[in-house]
Design a protein around this ligand. Structure first.
Ligand code: C2G
Length: 129
């Protein structure tokens, strides 16, 4: 079976995330998501609204997702690819080129982002001030 791997914070799950997960799953049979922990979010200078536990529960409810693992460092991708025998590593194209070094371990694919939606946009528009 073809195993696909992707990473992200996936906060305030929205259609941009779902489109990415859907297209990633369509590239194989089994989709693993490396979900950024709250601590790793700090390293990414990101603050998520939902905790890791809640983001994990929400992600595991998505029909395209088969397994969720914690993303705790920038360096774990290589070992995750080897551990899970990953065939294809997928990210949105805001990361285009950033993970090309992984091409020696598996296929690397950058998919177009979904325009007009982001967790930040949602948060900014919900603010009532
Ligand atoms: N995404 C998308 N369209 C959007 C928003 C997000 O396709 N409108 C994609 C991103 O490109 C990414 C995935 O959805 O592939 C998850 O988005 P984030 O949670 O913002 O991921 P990010 O914080 O970029 O984490 O080690 C990699 C990092 O953990 C990536």
């Amino acid at each position: 079976i073809r195993t696909i791997l992707t990473y992200g914070t996936f906060d305030l799950l929205h259609v941009g995330h779902v489109n990415l997960l859907k297209r990633a799953k369509e590239m194989g049979d089994y989709l693993i998501v490396g979900l950024s922990t709250d601590d790793f979010n700090i390293l990414k200078h990101k603050q998520s609204f939902y905790s890791y536990e809640d983001r994990k529960i929400i992600l595991e409810s998505v029909r395209y997702v088969d397994k969720v693992i914690p993303e705790i460092s920038w360096e774990q991708k290589r070992e995750d690819i080897l551990t899970y025998h990953v065939d294809t590593f997928v990210m949105g194209n805001d990361w285009k080129g950033k993970f090309d070094a992984l091409r020696s371990f598996c296929e690397v694919v950058y998919l177009p982002r979904t325009d007009g939606i982001s967790s930040t946009l949602i948060k900014d528009n919900l603010r009532d001030d």
